[in-house]
Design a protein around this ligand. Structure first.
Ligand code: THU
Length: 149
């Protein structure tokens, strides 16, 4: 990868397709808002996720964090991009604040691919993770004095 926008159209479209496929498995009976995510690892492997809700609403997991959990638990921690798709293929779905924090941990430079916020912007939108979480809390905020547990 040479720059922040260097994701081929084929790759972006492939990730959006994988995210839509993962969305088909969403367990979202409470919100009725299915979400799918597809994470592209530096290795080329793709890890997908969907939201998994619970009758105890606060225990619900978002699609992006399910995908991250799958990848990290398989020993994969470096990512080039992530696609996120909400219920409608052609509508922008903003990653939630919790997912921004969790995605940022594993790739401030990761590219986020979504349907466009404005259809005039083209078939999809690509922006670096950094743009989603300015002033992020990250490892640099943990001073040497901070107890690490
Ligand atoms: N949701 C995600 O899966 N990812 C996000 O980034 C936004 C929200 C899910 C959580 C919940 O299951 C449903 O969308 C409605 O909030």
């Amino acid at each position: 990868m040479t720059g922040p926008e260097s994701l081929s159209a084929d790759t972006a479209e492939m990730l959006l397709r994988r995210a839509r496929e993962a969305r088909a498995n969403a367990y979202a009976p409470y919100s009725r808002f299915p979400v799918g995510a597809a994470l592209l690892a530096e290795s080329g492997e793709v890890f997908t996720g969907c939201n998994v809700e619970n009758a105890s609403y606060g225990l619900s997991n978002c699609a992006e964090r399910v995908a991250i959990g799958k990848a990290v638990s398989e020993g994969v921690r470096s990512f080039r991009a992530v696609a996120v798709v909400g219920p409608q293929d052609d509508l922008y779905c903003a990653p939630c604040g919790a997912c921004r924090q969790v995605l940022y941990e594993f790739g401030p430079d990761m590219l986020v691919v979504t349907p466009p916020a404005d259809p005039a912007d083209g078939p999809y939108r690509v922006a670096p993770m950094r743009d989603f979480l300015p002033g992020a809390f990250d490892e640099r905020r943990l001073t040497p004095e901070t107890p690490r547990g």
